[in-house]
Write a protein of this length. Structure first.
Length: 394
């Protein structure tokens, strides 16, 4: 299945376009033509990769309850319908907003999280190969919990960044090489809910510190990263628009040389921008930011906290010029089903229900069709009109 089929699209090459087709209309033919015509002259001498990113992976006690099995826990059923959308990407990123401190510490939800190891196993099985851990809950069970979380992530074959076991680790830069395109991934958080970080282990958590961020970006560039992604935990919870502080931080991060900013923490969607900045060579480069990707899995009930997106960013590297650009950005709306907490790919679920496709497991959510239609419409509308000033579509 083509994961871009039927998705909302933001196309960036010479022009930027936004398409919000009805769920059953598919992609308009002119969109497909724009892509093929733009690539015609460079595709033989270039490589492209696909990056998928989602917001917060939270494990409240309800997720653990519905995932209980005789042998322990199985969280994968919550992820089963979105696995094809995640695993298709070359790099798939999520923010793990819980800790894995072990059964002996007792499993807990808000305000001090500790989740079964199987939660991480399910994320890995879903296709995520990068988990960022710099967030306000990363030290909920102390330094030991933080370090064990890293251990479990690595045991599942997943890369991790944002929290560290040693000072030496904290100086390393996560750079993934996909098809010859090197992508650096950095992660920072505004804080840890006032919890204590030992004085001799301040390096354990990447806090938002401009000198640290600039230094990390410089190090990533020195290691020949083609693109630098900054995952940042910031903003005000449940607010659908970024505040001045977020915008100020974003400007500094972009000015320092980052290319893409992925926001989390508000637990609701916030808008997008594609500003232009000059690079160190004086060339104007397009950047991309989504201020908050919302929740991907959680059991919250505030307005809009059950909706999120799978964000896709397609990069292209021209081997003649050795330059890497953002080719496409698109998103697939998601919704956390009432009751079961299963993550639903909204567009596909609507198609299944409207077409009475009883063979698909998504058909069982037909009683939530009204909600899914609302989520579909509101997601596109909100990201397009963010603050009525942000969307770059002119």
């Amino acid at each position: 299945m083509n994961i871009f089929k039927g998705a909302f699209f933001l196309m960036f090459f010479i022009a930027i376009t936004f398409s919000a087709n009805s769920p059953d209309s598919g992609i308009s033919s002119n969109v497909q033509t724009i892509i093929s015509d733009s690539l015609e002259l460079v595709e033989e001498n270039s490589d492209t990769i696909l990056i998928a990113a989602v917001g917060d992976l939270m494990c409240h006690l309800k997720e653990a309850s519905v995932s209980r099995v005789q042998s322990g826990y199985d969280f994968f059923p919550l992820f089963q319908y979105v696995e094809p959308y995640i695993s298709k990407a070359d790099i798939s990123i999520a923010n793990l907003e819980t800790v894995l401190a072990g059964r002996e510490k007792g499993f807990t939800g808000f305000p001090l999280f500790n989740s079964p190891d199987e939660f991480c196993e399910a994320a890995a099985k879903c296709g995520f190969n990068v988990l960022t851990t710099a967030n306000n809950h990363c030290i909920d069970k102390g330094i030991n919990g933080l370090e064990r979380t890293i251990d479990i992530i690595e045991q599942n074959g997943v890369f991790q960044t944002g929290t560290y076991r040693t000072e030496e680790d904290s100086k390393e830069i996560l750079i993934l090489n996909a098809k010859g395109i090197k992508v650096a991934i950095l992660a920072y958080t505004y804080g840890v809910n006032g919890l204590y970080i030992p004085k001799d282990k301040k390096y354990s958590v990447n806090l938002i510190d401009y000198e640290k961020i600039e230094s990390d970006i410089e190090e990533a560039r020195s290691r020949n990263a083609d693109k630098i992604i900054v995952s940042i935990h910031w903003g005000e919870e449940y607010q659908r628009y970024p505040n001045k502080y977020q915008k100020s931080i974003a400007d500094k991060i972009f000015s320092a040389g980052a290319d893409i900013i992925l926001g989390s923490h508000p637990h609701v969607l916030q808008g997008i921008e594609m500003p232009e900045y000059e690079d160190i060579n004086g060339k104007t480069k397009k950047k991309f930011i989504i201020y908050s990707m919302g929740n991907f899995i959680a059991n919250q009930f505030n307005a809009h906290t059950r909706s999120g997106v799978i964000l896709y960013i397609k990069l292209i590297k021209n081997h003649f010029t050795n330059e890497t650009e953002i080719l496409q950005v698109s998103f697939e709306p998601t919704h956390i089903a009432n009751g079961s907490l299963v993550i639903l790919p909204v567009r596909e679920a609507i198609d299944v229900i409207n077409n009475v496709n009883k063979e698909s497991g998504l058909y069982k959510y037909r009683n939530q069709l009204g909600t899914l239609n609302t989520v579909f419409k509101e997601t596109g509308k909100h990201l397009e009109r963010e603050n009525e000033h942000i969307f770059i579509g002119e």
